[in-house]
Design a protein around this ligand. Structure first.
Ligand SMILES: [Fe+2]
Length: 466
């Protein structure tokens, strides 16, 4: 935890409070593990009907007992029913503070608490679905009266005063080129896996993770986005590809969000659509592999995404081909390109590829780093490391690039931008190994006359149709 010692009491209190407030959820999780263990140790082929009598009260009405086709019995959590019984938005809050540097505590281990004598942020216990947030974040680019907004949502005068300190009466200089009016496709790299595609008729944002503005370097930020985003595409449910901090700030200007559909039988694969709907995103649709989604003057084709999930049965992952006119762009995110046969089969569907983006974060964390809390049995250290959350290495990426033969193939999603430190745990040894893979891939691309870069901070291209 990234706290000074004088926060010890506050941390202890938070732990106690969490155990108290979430006792029913902790009970649900424990009983769910118990029933899984019971089924796998004691139930082998007989009817499951009598097993419902053994369910603890906390699971009654929330689960279905099933066999898979290998005759292994398991307990399936019916997620919408869990929301119906247990969803509690009083646990939601947002801390707002000015940021002048990228030094932020690591988010997986450091909760946001109100530190003693810390007046640097305002902590608002208001549900995420409240349109107050939309009004507030729209004020990044559209002037409004904080007093009126605050009163509309029942904020007290002190909170309104607190929020007003983050606002200005001066016009904010906004870039004149946030809207693209050219004849082709403008591609903007916002850092990590976040890429904005713009034509004069359509705007698509992939894996939104937008940095705040700071004056020390040049980076794309919220003011570089147009007033309307027609479509947000999410590749998978890892925190560096779907970040609530960014999404909630874009909700007021986003028409539609596409997320991959989940595997409803796997507790390790919760539904993004349900989660986003619950917190006030009404414009969410699910997509599955090879689904085609029309966009203005183009189409999104959903593609398979292999690996990077510790060999767990997770479906919430898609790569995308986005086509505008005759221009095709591929986004593979962290997909680990293991079996290249599938990509050969896709070539006729995809056509000539102008540009391709692929992640080479090949030194992923052990599987339990993200998925440990879902496991009902401990996994040994060796298996945990071998089932790491790794994207493609250079050889995987070379295989894929050889198949699609793009004119440009860029490496992205490497977690290196300074504003990612609060969610990424990079270390020098991993980065050293990844640099070797990056060099190998870039060198191969050079020999093939494929334009290729390791993307960092910001980048922009304009693709003009022939
Ligand atoms: Fe990932």
């Amino acid at each position: 935890m990234d706290f000074p010692e004088n926060c010890l009491d506050a941390v202890e209190q938070l732990i106690q409070q969490t155990h108290q407030d979430c006792a029913h959820l902790l009970e649900l999780a424990n009983k769910f593990s118990d029933i899984q263990e019971h089924l796998s140790n004691h139930v082998h082929g007989e009817s499951l009907q009598t097993q419902y009598e053994n369910l603890p009260p906390s699971l009654h009405g929330l689960v279905e007992l099933n066999y898979d086709i290998n005759n292994h019995s398991y307990c399936r959590l019916i997620e919408p029913l869990v929301y119906l019984r247990h969803y509690d938005e009083t646990a939601q809050s947002m801390a707002i503070s000015p940021l002048n540097s990228d030094g932020r505590p690591f988010t997986l281990s450091t909760p946001r608490i109100d530190e003693p004598e810390d007046n640097s942020h305002i902590h608002l216990r208001i549900p995420f679905r409240s349109h107050l947030w939309d009004g507030l974040f729209a004020m990044r680019t559209q002037a409004a009266d904080m007093n009126v907004l605050g009163k509309d949502y029942g904020l007290n005068p002190e909170t309104i005063r607190g929020l007003t300190q983050f606002l200005t009466n001066e016009p904010i200089p906004t870039p004149s080129d946030s809207v693209y009016l050219g004849q082709g496709v403008r591609v903007r790299y916002f850092g990590h896996a976040c890429i904005l595609l713009q034509t004069s008729a359509c705007t698509v944002l992939i894996d939104p993770l937008i940095s705040y503005d700071i004056q020390t370097d040049s980076r794309f930020s919220y003011t570089d986005l147009p007033d309307q985003i027609d479509l947000i595409l999410v590749t998978h449910a890892h925190k560096d590809h779907i970040l609530l901090e960014t999404l909630i700030q874009l909700r007021h200007k986003t028409k539609k969000i596409i997320v991959p559909a989940n595997n409803r039988s796997s507790p390790a694969d919760p539904s993004l659509k349900l989660a986003l709907n619950a917190i006030g995103f009404e414009q969410v649709e699910e997509a599955t592999c090879l689904q085609r989604l029309p966009i203005t003057e183009g189409e999104v084709l959903c593609l398979p995404f292999f690996g990077e999930h510790g060999d767990l049965d997770v479906d919430t992952k898609l790569s995308y081909r986005i086509r505008f006119g005759e221009i095709n762009i591929l986004f593979f995110a962290d997909s680990r390109i293991i079996d290249d046969r599938v990509y050969s089969d896709l070539v006729p569907l995809i056509g000539d590829v102008e540009m391709m983006f692929i992640g080479l974060a090949s030194q992923g964390a052990p599987m339990s780093w993200l998925y440990g809390p879902y496991l009902t049995q401990t996994i040994n250290r060796n298996d945990d490391n071998n089932r790491s959350l790794s994207a493609s290495d250079a050889n995987h990426a070379i295989k894929c690039t050889s198949i699609f033969k793009p004119k440009q193939a860029h490496i992205y999603a490497m977690g290196r931008e300074p504003w990612l430190q609060f969610i990424m745990a990079q270390n020098d040894q991993n980065q050293h190994q990844e640099n070797i893979e990056v060099e190998k891939y870039l060198s191969w691309c050079r020999h093939q006359d494929i334009e290729s870069k390791l993307l960092y901070m910001r980048q922009q291209w304009e693709l003009i149709p022939k």
